[in-house]
Design a protein around this ligand. Structure first.
Ligand code: ADP
Ligand code: GLC
Length: 489
């Protein structure tokens, strides 16, 4: 079985959020299960070294206004195909935004080219390799099934994975001509969305199967509250929709070996975490208060993540003698809000505005709890890292957060299954109650310790979810096995 992943990010090479973590992790586990995955990515400047180390397997004189090459390379356990099209991807700064914080004006071309290239690989192959299934991830890959349909290709089959329906890739309808999409596809059962061209819409409407990143989000997506306008289409396709829970890369996120920690530890040496806490205190300008709970946040600062609610709740957290270390970037107002809070509550609240992979590991290795008060969360990975590191998640009960955190109530505490705290509905009052509960539990060292042990034992790896992807691919392409050769049934 051969599968082409198509995505705009892949850790550790290029990352703005959880999508990258997933794309960098699951192909390795699928490989162990006999599924040969290649990942198609745009060759952004951050990938220049990989392009130089790779082998050109295809080239085109013109792909939406400039020359393009397809470069095959293997690195960090991943087989990648890099779309090297400098006129589209060779730009400084963010991969999605220009220097003024707006989407690059030609994002439809940049990610249309990615989708078109994937479909071409699907139909013609690349370097002698041809996928049985293409798994398109998020809106940037949403046009893959549209281009396959336009080519009248019944193979390869196509899976569309929704990581976040809030980002839909909506563009003026006229761009379809530049993208070489036929007018025959411009209707509401294909690529059209209320008079616009919708990349995510196209993917959901035209893929053979649709997955999303947790079972609860798969159910939530069918409602107007979470479906963001696509709930009707998703209801119509509900038989083809399923939720497969994300896992984490247990090698990259392993407190026993993590090179980003001041002190590595296991569940038998939890006292070593104190050293990490000391380093966090230095970085975040916090007073040393080892007997008080230290909460952390590692997040994009957007309304999705509900961190405005945390700003409202901060006085309570401070009153309880707790501390907060926040690492994040995003909306200006939230950035300013947390900067101000760090001034107002100096020594108790520290914030670093920015993106820092090393610090994100350190925070997991030395904080007591991680706060994720999201209004919606397709899966969420920081709570999974928290479980693995014994940093107990205090989370909104939505999407993948609801599927992965066992709320500490009387029954789960008694049966030693509790791993964190959940609250709903998501509002400041309920977050406040959850913070109080966390502080109360922290004041019971034996109980907290037991919860840390349960959290660290909780299965957060990819094994069962990668097997679920494999099964899905097999239903689409029956009779295919092995990573290279096709076997007729
Ligand atoms: P989302 O993809 O919606 O942003 P996830 O929880 O799925 O949320 O994934 C976020 C990923 O990005 C995690 O790996 C998290 O550690 C990382 N991350 C988020 N913000 C930062 C930051 N400021 N610095 C470093 N890593 C961050
Ligand atoms: C999205 C979601 C997040 C999920 C990630 C990886 O960015 O917001 O919840 O964990 O994708 O699937």
């Amino acid at each position: 079985m051969k599968v082409l992943f198509v995505a705009s990010e892949c850790a550790p090479f290029i990352k703005t959020g959880g999508l990258a973590d997933v794309i960098g992790a699951v192909p390795k586990v699928l490989g162990e299960l006999g599924v040969g995955v290649k990942v198609l990515l745009p060759a952004y400047p951050a990938l220049r070294n990989l392009v130089q180390a790779g082998k050109v397997v295809d080239h085109q004189d013109k792909l939406f206004g400039g020359p393009a090459r397809l470069v095959a390379v293997r690195a960090e356990g991943l087989d990648m195909l890099l779309l090297d099209a400098p006129h589209l991807y060779d730009r400084p700064g963010s991969i999605y935004l220009d220097g003024h914080g707006h989407d690059w004006a030609d994002n439809y071309l940049r990610f249309g080219a990615l989708s078109l290239t994937a479909a071409r690989i699907g139909v013609d192959g690349a370097g002698g390799w041809k996928p049985d299934v293409i798994n398109a991830h998020d809106w940037q890959a949403g046009l893959v099934p549209a281009y396959l349909k336009q080519a009248n290709a019944s193979v390869p089959r196509c899976v569309m994975t929704i990581h976040n329906i809030a980002f839909q890739g909506l563009f003026d309808s006229s761009v379809r001509h530049e993208l070489g999409l036929s007018d025959a596809l411009f209707h509401h059962e294909a690529i059209e969305y209320y008079g616009k061209l919708g990349f995510m819409k196209a993917g959901i409407a035209l893929a053979d199967k649709i997955t999303t990143v947790s079972p609860t989000y798969a159910r939530e997506l069918l409602s107007a509250e979470f479906g963001m306008g696509l709930e009707g289409l998703l209801q119509a396709r509900r038989d083809d929709l399923c939720g497969i829970l994300n896992g984490i890369d247990r090698d990259v996120w392993n407190p026993q070996t993590d090179p980003n920690l001041a002190a590595t530890y296991s569940s038998r040496s939890l006292t070593r975490r104190a050293k990490n806490r000391e380093v966090i205190e230095e970085w975040f300008g916090l007073e040393s208060k080892p007997d008080s709970p230290l909460f952390c946040v590692i997040s994009r600062l957007t309304s999705q993540k509900g961190l405005d609610l945390l700003l409202e709740t901060l006085p309570v957290l401070i009153e309880r003698g707790a501390q907060l270390a926040l690492l994040g970037s995003g909306d200006r107002q939230l950035e300013d809000g947390f900067r101000k809070a760090a001034d107002e509550y100096a020594g108790s609240v520290g914030c670093i505005i920015g993106y820092d992979e090393r610090l994100s590991h350190l925070l997991q290795g030395g904080s007591d709890a991680i706060l994720v008060p999201s209004r919606f969360e397709p899966c969420g990975l920081t709570q999974l890292y928290g479980l693995r590191y014994g940093t107990l998640p205090v989370v909104a009960k939505t999407g993948g957060l609801a599927d992965t955190v066992v709320n500490a109530d009387a029954a789960s505490l008694k049966s030693k299954r509790a791993t964190g705290l959940t609250f709903s509905p998501v509002n400041a009052d309920n977050l406040c109650v959850a913070i109080h509960r966390a502080c109360d539990l922290f004041a019971l060292p034996d109980t907290w310790h037991r919860m840390m042990l349960s959290a660290m034992k909780y299965p957060v790896g990819w094994d069962s979810s990668a097997a679920a992807y494999k099964t899905l691919y097999e239903t689409l392409a029956p009779g295919i096995s092995g990573t290279g050769k096709e076997i007729q049934p």
